[in-house]
Design a protein around this ligand. Structure first.
Ligand code: CTP
Length: 243
């Protein structure tokens, strides 16, 4: 109740009320490690919060026409494949309470779809992607960093299944891309980001216990966030009365 009455303050000092900062969670891990499933399990347990999932995939640079002609040589697992500046500017706006539109990426055509995705400010943002823990500026946005650790043979078999069924690839191409760029980039760029994680989840989405512990921790942290907000609002009201 206190929270609502303070937020509806529209007096001359209302612009000084601090904006509620969202809680940002980063979820990284190798291809087909179960990142999306882990995120969805976390979201389904956070009933009382507004939660938005933002995929790093949405920020893939569309390859140029020249590069599209040699798409089998393109490395989609390299940090430079992502438009990290765009991701940062979208997150900056969302943290300031502004809505943004982010690209919708089409894996079949390797390009952004015409229709962008509208994202509104929220209580919790989950940033998910193979290299989401790579850039220090993106890591700096996060309140919690998770690395989903699944065996590479499990990941490869899931990737074959997914890419042939959902992403319009044939098995030879999937295996060629895996050996040429996915596996080497995992070792060079993705695996080294595990050291930045606060939590490493072995066996990915099969690990119910880990997910329960993470959700409990998020709820505790969100409680603290709200308390901080109430204290800072009370402080603003108090200073207003002093003037
Ligand atoms: N990729 C691709 N073609 C593109 C763009 C990306 O094959 N045009 C591949 C990259 O090689 C990269 C993978 O997509 O390895 C990234 O997606 P991935 O993390 O596997 O998908 P998620 O569904 O997020 O994975 P998870 O199963 O962990 O949820």
């Amino acid at each position: 109740e206190l929270d609502l009455s303070l937020q509806s303050n529209s007096g001359p000092h209302s612009s000084t009320l601090p904006h509620k900062q969202p809680f940002v969670i980063g979820v990284a891990g190798g291809t087909a490690s179960g990142k999306t499933t882990v995120c969805n399990m976390i979201i389904s347990q956070l009933h009382d919060q507004r939660v938005v999932l933002v995929n790093q995939d949405s920020f893939y640079h569309p390859p140029s026409v020249e590069k599209l002609k040699k798409i089998h040589e393109y490395n989609f697992d390299h940090p430079d494949a992502f438009d990290t500046e765009l991701l940062l500017s979208c997150m900056e706006k969302l943290k300031n309470g502004e809505a943004v539109s982010i690209p919708n990426y089409n894996f079949k055509g390797h390009k952004r779809s015409e229709q962008a995705r509208q994202i509104n400010p929220s209580d919790v943002f989950i940033l998910e992607g193979i290299l989401i823990l790579h850039d220090p500026r993106v890591r700096g946005l996060m309140n919690m960093k998770i690395f989903v650790d699944s065996d590479s043979d499990v990941r490869l078999s899931r990737r074959i299944q997914r890419d042939t069924v959902e992403r319009g690839r044939n098995i030879e191409n999937v295996l060629d891309q895996y050996a040429r760029s996915v596996k080497p980039s995992f070792e060079e760029f993705i695996l080294p980001t595990k050291k930045y994680a606060d939590i490493i989840i072995p066996r990915g989405a099969d690990n119910d216990v880990a997910i329960d512990l993470i959700v409990q921790n998020i709820c505790t942290k969100l409680g603290q966030h709200d308390l901080c907000k109430i204290y800072s609002n009370v402080f603003v009201i108090f200073s207003t009365f002093q003037i």
